[in-house]
Design a protein around this ligand. Structure first.
Ligand SMILES: Nc1ncnc2c1ncn2[C@@H]1O[C@H](COP(=O)(O)OP(=O)(O)OP(=O)(O)O)[C@@H](O)[C@H]1O
Ligand SMILES: [Mg+2]
Length: 285
């Protein structure tokens, strides 16, 4: 036993020390700008980004602006860089070239805490923890009261299945959310972002597991809730992005089209291809 356990323990100890000694790549500035005049303005200025271990650039020369009251949608094939683009806004990585401004301030000049307090992110992979539904939603806002939680769940179209569960809002979610469906997980993850009442909402492919009817209902409720906020929606479905104020078409890390649905139909080949692969002629008219 001892011969087996000692080498194992020493290998573990070495690994644990390695993890503890990792220097974070993203650091706060010494003198952070944690106050802004504006709220909800996003600007990408010629942003390029390459992952540390990758050869090519995941994003190349990305420039666009988004404002409060607007919905910006990002569409593009798998691996085109959609998640990479939105994750740069929360500063999970630093840009390789160019800059990202929020409310006219370079995000590298803010503390991460302040930056992230402005953002409600629903990541592509909904992450739930073991605990009750209420506890999971409070990860978005620690002191959220019952009313705020119920309101967020209503918009996220989650109340029906929550009320159907034996203990309602006190029902236990198992680690990773294995005891609920993918669409239910997505909706709880959306409710968690909504309860924060952020300036900027980012939905990374957050409606993909919902049926068309629930998707439409959710987006309609969302629209009312986010009238004065900045919304970024990453999606694969044309029906999800069609009504956005601005659609960004990504292809291999580059913007190959930007405009409204109507504008892109006449200006972007890539967009037309995506549309014609999903919609029938009648739906287009
Ligand atoms: N952590 C990482 N390290 C290295 N390369 C990565 C990493 N994450 C993504 N990539 C690469 O960057 C490119 C863009 O990936 P990204 O996840 O942004 O695509 P996406 O448009 O969100 O795709 P999907 O629609 O499948 O979610 C891909 O080529 C991918 O392989
Ligand atoms: Mg993605």
């Amino acid at each position: 036993m001892i011969f087996i356990l000692i080498p194992r323990a020493s290998a573990s100890a070495i690994r644990i020390n390695e993890v503890l000694n990792v220097e974070p790549e993203i650091n706060d500035p010494n003198d952070p700008v944690d106050k802004t005049e504006k709220r909800g303005y996003i600007e990408f200025k010629n942003v390029s980004f390459r992952y540390n271990n990758a050869e090519g650039e995941a994003l190349e020369d990305i420039s666009f602006q988004a404002e409060p009251g607007e919905v910006t949608a990002i569409i593009g094939g798998t691996g085109s860089g959609k998640s990479t683009l939105v994750n740069l806004i929360s500063r999970f990585y630093d840009v390789s070239r160019g800059s990202i401004l929020i409310d006219d301030v370079d995000i590298r000049k803010m503390s991460q805490e302040y930056l992230r307090s402005k953002i409600g992110l629903v990541p592509q992979k909904a992450v739930l923890f073991s605990g009750t539904i209420t506890q999971n939603i409070r990860f978005g806002k620690e002191d959220a009261n019952k009313e705020e939680i119920v309101h967020a769940c209503e918009i996220a179209q989650a109340t029906e299945f929550i009320n159907d569960m034996k203990d309602g809002y006190d029902s236990e979610i198992s680690q990773g959310g294995t005891n609920i469906s993918g669409g239910q997980k997505q909706r709880l993850s959306i409710a968690r972002a909504l309860v924060r009442k952020p300036e900027i909402y980012i939905f990374d492919d957050s409606f993909s597991a919902l049926d068309f009817k629930t998707d439409a209902k959710l987006r309609q409720a969302l629209k009312k809730e986010t009238l004065n906020d900045t919304v970024i929606i990453v999606a694969q479905r044309v029906t999800t992005v069609m009504n956005a104020d601005r659609i960004i078409v990504l292809d291999e890390g580059r913007i190959v089209g930007m405009g409204t649905h109507k504008e892109l139909l006449s200006s972007s080949d890539v967009y037309r291809q995506i549309v014609s692969s999903q919609l029938s002629e009648e739906e287009l008219a």
